[in-house]
Design a protein around this ligand. Structure first.
Ligand code: NAD
Length: 471
């Protein structure tokens, strides 16, 4: 047996194959599959997270200077709600789903069973380092899998507390957390997993997909991209500005579904900017550096990347920064160069370019000329305009007249499309994602119709009629 403390605190990459062998043997023992076992593990995880609430909030503050209200609502509380839902709904989710059987298959019953894949690997990013590690884990365990977690090395405090929680809650042959950077992820990816769940950037997503292909392992890729926010001339400007400012500057813009840029009808561009400036001031005060509600940029490399964007257009608000603190004020930019890095890369920080459009079809074309985004926002009181935007564009998810909130409803699957990802989770979708849907047809021995067996005696004319009538 591998000593979990040694492996988890200082991952010895040579021991990874042995850890997988232990998880495979535990999975083969069938213990992870019963409702009782799954429920008990989710309850245990719930209890361990609640016990460590203060340490988790402190870790998120240390990594990103997240205000505890934001840290609770977007990370800890989010995970606890997902856990409660899974614990409550698991008996229903696990039930085989009966489906109809055509008449020509008489004497048979059909059902779809959700079965666990086996060993799952979950690789997390740094921006919501707790939520994006534990929310997929809930799906993996609810579905009866074992799991290995690889938190992001760029949020070290959250990585450490996550590993401690896992170590306390579970033996490593069931769930293990391997801290570390790219080398740990690469060593894990050499192994054969039965499911890989990755959250991160599109570039690394492609590496994960290639590694998974070597073993034909199914994957979920939760990626990012540039999520547009379209503002129609017929809107409530005050509420629109307030909701965009909230969605953009939460976690200092380091949110995969943050509005990346605003596309606004030219008739309301100036009043929208004026209202957004007012809302920024209301939320973060005259000097946002003093506000405890504004998070900081995760590290120097990302800070420098963001500062470089400030030259790709005109600064309409903000643009102040302080390198020592990795502080960047909520910033609005206009007259942006569409070919510059600011408009070619995912911004992932508190900078919001504002671009005006002449007509709705032109705005839709602008969106469709770019890779499919993770989220699309549209603000309008005109239902026809909203419907047109939703129907004529593609995005992982969409939210009308608000930002970010579609991710909060556990009844809505969350995921990307095209460049923004593959697969979707949350609530029951997480359970389904980590389950293989096995089709089962059960036949009785009562009657054995001789017609189908060789040597064939009937012509296909008869067969065509039978298949037509008995569908
Ligand atoms: P990232 O892709 O750099 O890293 C994510 C994880 O992959 C980390 O654990 C890292 O250690 C690992 N990794 C990095 N390079 C690797 C390599 N070469 N091989 C194997 N593993 C490697 O992403 P990030 O910077 O941590 O997160 C930011 C990105 O994640 C943004 O693009 C954002 O939009 C996206 N994101 C998406 C979602 C979503 O739910 N769709 C949520 C949050 C963040």
């Amino acid at each position: 047996m591998i000593s979990s403390s040694h492996l988890l605190e200082d991952p010895n990459l040579d021991q990874i194959p042995e850890l997988l062998a232990q998880q495979r043997s535990f999975f083969a023992s069938q213990q992870t599959k019963s409702l009782q076992f799954r429920k008990a593990q989710l309850e245990r995880l719930h209890q361990k997270i609640v016990e460590r609430e203060q340490e988790i909030l402190a870790a998120l503050h240390s990594d990103l200077r997240k205000h505890e209200f934001e840290a609770y609502s977007t990370e800890l509380g989010f995970v606890l709600v997902e856990l409660k839902k899974a614990i409550q709904q698991l008996p229903k989710w696990m039930k085989a789903q009966k489906v109809g059987t055509p008449l020509f298959l008489f004497n048979a019953g059909s059902e779809i069973r959700s079965e666990p894949y086996g060993l799952s690997l979950i690789i997390g990013p740094w921006n919501y380092p707790f939520q994006l590690l534990f929310a997929p884990l809930i799906g993996a365990l609810a579905a009866g899998n074992t799991a290995i977690l690889k938190p992001s090395e760029l949020a070290p405090a959250t990585s450490a507390i996550s590993a401690e929680i896992i170590r306390e809650a579970f033996p490593p042959h069931y769930v293990a957390c391997l801290e570390g950077g790219v080398s740990v992820a690469q060593a894990l990816l050499k192994e054969r997993f039965d499911y890989i769940f990755f959250t991160g950037g599109t570039k690394v997503g492609k590496i994960i997909y290639q590694a998974a292909a070597q073993h034909l392992t199914p994957v979920t890729l939760e990626l990012g991209g540039k999520s547009p926010c379209l503002v129609d001339r017929d809107t409530d400007l005050k509420a629109t500005a307030k909701r965009i400012v909230w969605g953009k500057f939460t976690n200092a813009g380091q949110t995969c579904i943050a509005p990346d840029y605003v596309l606004v009808d030219k008739a309301v561009k100036e009043p929208l900017i004026a209202e957004m400036k007012r809302q920024i001031k209301k939320a973060y005060g005259d000097n946002p550096q003093q506000s405890d509600s504004l998070a900081r940029i995760i590290n120097a490399a990302h800070f420098n990347r963001l500062i470089a964007y400030l030259k790709d257009g005109e600064i309409a608000a903000g643009g102040d920064y302080e390198e020592n603190e990795r502080y960047l004020s909520p910033t609005l930019m206009t007259e942006v160069d569409l070919d510059s890095p600011l408009m070619q890369e995912e911004i992932f920080g508190p900078i919001l370019p504002i671009i005006s459009y002449d007509s709705l079809p032109a705005a839709i074309e602008f969106i469709n000329q770019r890779p499919k985004p993770l989220a699309l926002y549209v603000f309008s009181k005109n239902d026809k305009h909203v419907e047109r935007v939703l129907a004529e564009t593609s995005a992982g998810g969409a939210c009308v007249n608000d930002t970010l909130l579609h991710i909060v409803n556990p009844n809505l699957p969350f995921g990307g499309v095209g460049d923004s990802g593959i697969g979707a989770y949350h609530g029951e979708s997480s359970f389904q994602l980590f389950s293989h849907q096995k089709s089962v047809l059960k036949r009785s021995f009562l009657i054995d119709d001789p017609v189908r067996y060789a040597p064939y005696k009937l012509g296909i004319k008869w067969l065509k009629k039978l298949m037509d009538w008995t569908l």
